[in-house]
Design a protein around this ligand. Structure first.
Ligand code: NAD
Ligand code: IPM
Ligand code: MN
Length: 368
């Protein structure tokens, strides 16, 4: 049988720097665990625009549809701020998500013990935190029509539309209930049913799917603004949170800070199963291209490394190997190895991106 295939899209800014560490880890799995992947690499975002005049070439899109999983670094940067909206780097990422129909975006927020002191919240509030935000990723206000900037009389009007169909809500709700059954068996659904019709439908459909198919899972509903407050007040009350595309974007950045740094949060974007039974999948850190530190070998590669761990778990049915990688990261943090974004303690010198990679590889070796 041929090796599973991976398409790597490092992207812009710190994307290539953090992805370089993941490539070393992929090689480690080949050498030390006999898990070999057919890896190809391509462009997405600003670098694709520079070469092809589009943030995602059709050939790259076609490759992404064929491989077993896509790993992405990050896209965007100030160099591209003035580009026409249709060719901005972010459009490349949105096209991948939409055309691969990656409707369930899993964004776990876990607080490693070694970082519990480092969060901006009190240690009690975050120690032992382990929540999973499931963000709907292919619909809502990100994609709804009509949209655009139009002229009305003497002024311009910016328009975006929040739109959800019943089936779009139902499928992401099922992902959340399935996930909850494997974890703490609790789902909290967040919307704004008090002000938005799409929120009313969201709440109704989530409740219907629950009552018909998952009555064993504990379900609650919360307005998303109150949810943001509760996430900072006492995040450990949550297990799985399911929410729409825009609220999920905001709430997951908020959750990142519970764990210490945006440089820690991985994600998996999953769609329907392919012919081989694997879900369509793209794995990427939650953070962006971090233009303020790009090119300095300073970025924290852990979010990207943990995204590969999610690939092992969700695409390659290798949960044990994912555990192995997550344990290696935990050990490195417990040993006090810190990139600059994780510095709080006096007298600790930060390591570089590649030194963090060295430390994770050493911990993997030590765990054999
Ligand atoms: P950002 O996530 O790039 O950066 C926010 C802050 O977090 C910065 O101070 C940055 O230095 C820090 N940070 C982020 N990742 C880090 C890491 N791994 N290690 C250490 N520090 C890290 O968000 P932004 O500044 O709002 O956006 C910059 C660009 O990235 C924009 O063009 C935006 O559209 C894009 N973006 C892309 C993605 C993606 O590709 N998935 C996600 C978010 C933002
Ligand atoms: C994310 C990012 C993206 C989003 C951008 C870059 C399109 O913020 O993945 O969280 O808004 O979804
Ligand atoms: Mn975001």
């Amino acid at each position: 049988m041929s090796n599973p295939s991976l398409l790597i899209l490092p992207g812009d800014g710190i994307g290539p720097e953090v992805m370089a560490q993941v490539r070393r880890i992929i090689d480690w799995y080949g050498d030390k665990r006999g898990m070999r992947f057919d890896v190809s690499e391509d462009l997405v975002g600003g670098c694709a625009y520079d070469k092809h005049g589009t943030p995602l070439h059709d050939d790259t899109m076609a490759k992404a549809q064929e491989v077993d999983a896509v790993l992405l670094g990050a896209v965007g940067g100030p160099k591209y701020d003035k580009l026409d909206f249709s060719v901005k780097p972010e459009r490349g990422l949105l096209r991948l998500r939409k055309e691969m129909d990656l409707y369930a975006n899993l964004r776990p927020a876990q607080c490693f013990d070694a970082l519990a002191d480092f969060s901006s919240l009190k240690k009690d509030v975050v120690a032992g935190l382990d929540i999973m935000i499931i963000r709907e990723l292919t619909s809502g206000v990100y994609f709804g029509e009509p949209r655009g900037i139009v002229k009305e009389g003497n002024e311009r009007v910016g328009i975006n539309t929040q739109r959800y169909t019943e089936s779009e809500i139902a499928r992401v709700a099922r992902s959340a209930f399935e996930m909850a059954r494997k974890r703490g068996n609790k789902v909290c659904s967040m919307e704004k049913a008090n002000v938005m019709e799409s929120g009313i439908l969201w709440r109704d459909v989530v409740q219907e799917i629950h009552d018909a198919e998952y009555p064993d899972v504990e379900l609650s509903h919360m307005y998303a603004d109150a949810g943001a407050m509760q996430l900072t007040r006492w995040p450990k009350q949550f297990d799985v949170i399911v929410t729409d595309n825009l609220f999920g974007d905001l709430l997951s950045d908020l959750a990142a800070m519970l764990t210490g740094s945006l440089g820690m949060l991985p994600s998996a974007s999953l769609g329907a199963p392919m012919a081989n039974g694997r879900p369509k999948a793209l794995y990427e850190p939650v953070h962006g291209s971090a233009p303020d530190i790009a090119g300095q070998n300073k970025a924290n590669p852990i979010a990207c490394v943990l995204s590969f761990a999610m690939a092992l778990r969700y695409s390659f049915d290798a949960g044990d190997e994912a555990d192995r990688l997550e344990k290696a990261v935990e050990k490195v943090l417990a040993d006090g190895v810190r990139t600059a974004d994780l510095l709080g303690e006096e007298g600790v010198t930060p390591v570089s991106t590649s030194e963090m990679g060295d430390a994770i590889l050493a911990a993997l070796d030590a765990g054999l």
